[in-house]
Structure formats: structure tokens, C-alpha cells
Design a protein around this ligand. Sequence first.
Ligand code: CA
Length: 329
Amino acid sequence: MTTYFSKLLCAAAITLGCFSAQAAVDDFPKDQVDAFVERMQDKGFEETFVLELLNQAEHQQAIIDAISRPAEGVLHWHKYRKIFLKPKRINDGVTFWNKYEPTLARAEKELGVPPEYIVAIIGVETWFGTYTGKWRVLDALTTLGFNYPKRGKFFTSELEHFFLMTREQALDPLALKGSYAGAMGLGQFISSSYRHYAIDFDGDEIADLWNPYDAIGSVANYFAEHGWKAGETVILPAKTNGDAWQEDLSKHGKPAIEWQDLQAKGVTLQSGNIDSDEKVALLEFNLEDSKLYYVPLNNFYAITRYNHSKLYALAVHQLAQEIAQARQQ
Ligand SMILES: [Ca+2]
């Protein structure tokens, strides 16, 4: 650290001693910290304010270790399914639904998203608000933004959104906790999603995603803004014949072909109906010794906007169905 920068930090460290301030910002490359401070000054933040916050951020090696572990992509569907569709998660989903029934009903009425999908998302993300994350968001986003070059650009951008979001919602940036990747609240929104899709749903004019009422409205709003259409089919099980369909295998299930054209390539439904001119896709899921096929429609693709994994989206869909079924019994 240069003398110039040390002086700046001493001036900035209002609540901390100069020594501890240096120790904290020394966690991060100086050129990146400087660039970030400038970037936030362009957004109307005082240099001293930004530096003071960064002084209090701490590099967390455990976060780098966590994000470096292999992702869910390596799992087969049957293993993935077992993780998410546990009987306790289904039962707790029914309890959550019953507790917040009027709010869930209002979300469906106003935003078109059925309760079971909102409940399933919150169940998969945080076990209905039980685990919303133990890391300070400031530490997560500075660690990944400044000390994880592979995704530094993305997380520095999220750090910028975090500064803006806490200013907009009058939240304390030092107090907020989330996942190791900086995802917040019952629905685990990252800062940019928080700014774009979080809504106030209990009338206090603050979008507080740790508040279940706001979280329910915000998850529904996220879906609605990503193209969810009320009352439409999400995904149907299918079978394949021949191999003409192979060129239409999709990665995330983005509807790209009319159902009649996919049918002509050897795909048939195991249950349900689709209009012949409806846009669909074809997805393949690996089991231990075999494969499963599904035809996703627009609403399935909307779920993948929450998390791009087709495994994630199918787990959310099936958990939603199981919770809805369990609640009727
Ligand atoms: Ca609120």
C-alpha cells in the first residue's frame, strides 16, 4: 500500500483505528479497490464512505473454497431429486403455505404465479427461510469481486449493485447476511436482482427480502417479469423414437420449436396435451443407467431464469407439485 493510499484510509477510517483499517483493505488488490472507489464516486457516493465500508470488509478464504467446488452439473437427476424432494421439505412447504395463505393468494391474483411455485422456490433456496446465509454480503462480494479473478467482473458489478441497493432501500450494508455468493433473503436474490425485482408486499414501502411477505411478492414478481404465464403447463414427460429429435435437445429448455415439428421428429407425450403450434423444447435427464425425456414449455423456461440449471428447475417443478398434492390430503 502506498503512503498516499494509507493516508486516505486513515482519513476514511472514522469508526476504525488506522491500523485495523489498513489490515482490512490490504485483503484486496489496491488497483481494484481504487477503481471501485472511482466507479462508486460516479454513482454519487463519497470517497470516504466507500473506503470506510471497504475497510470493514474481510477476505474470507472459505468463500473462495466454496465457490471453487464442483457445481451441481455433475449430479445425475436421481441424486439431485433426492436432495430436494425430501418428505420433510414437502411437509414444511405445506406448513409455510398455510401460514402465508392470504399473501400467496394475493401474489397469484396480482402476478399470476401459483402458490406452489413460490413456496417451492423458497423451500429449495432457504428451507422456507430457515437458512438465509451466514456470510456478511459485504465480505462475500468483496472477496469474490476482488480476490476471485475468474468471476471478478460479475461480483464487482454485484458489489456495485449492493451499494446502490442498500442506499435505495435504506438498509445497513454492514448488517446484511447472505449466502457465500452474496444471495439474500428467503428467495436468495443477488444484489442486481434485488434492485430489479424485489417489491414491497406488506405496505411499509421497503422491499425487505428477509420478511416473508415481501419475499413471497418478490419471488412472484421475479417470475412474472421473466415471462411466467398464468395457467399454462410447465413441463410434460415424453418418450423419444428414432434419432431425428437429437438435434433439438436443449440445454436450458428455451422453447424453440413448435410442438408439431418436435412430434414429427419422434417425440411423444407420456401424459398431457400441447397445442400443435405451441413453442416447446426437449430436455434429457441422466439417470444411473438410463435417461428421462421431458418437453418443457414457456413457464419451465421462466423457472430457469431463477437458476439456469435444468435440474434445479425440474426439482422446483416437482417439489411444487408434491407440496400442492400433500396440502390437499
Ligand atoms: Ca415491505
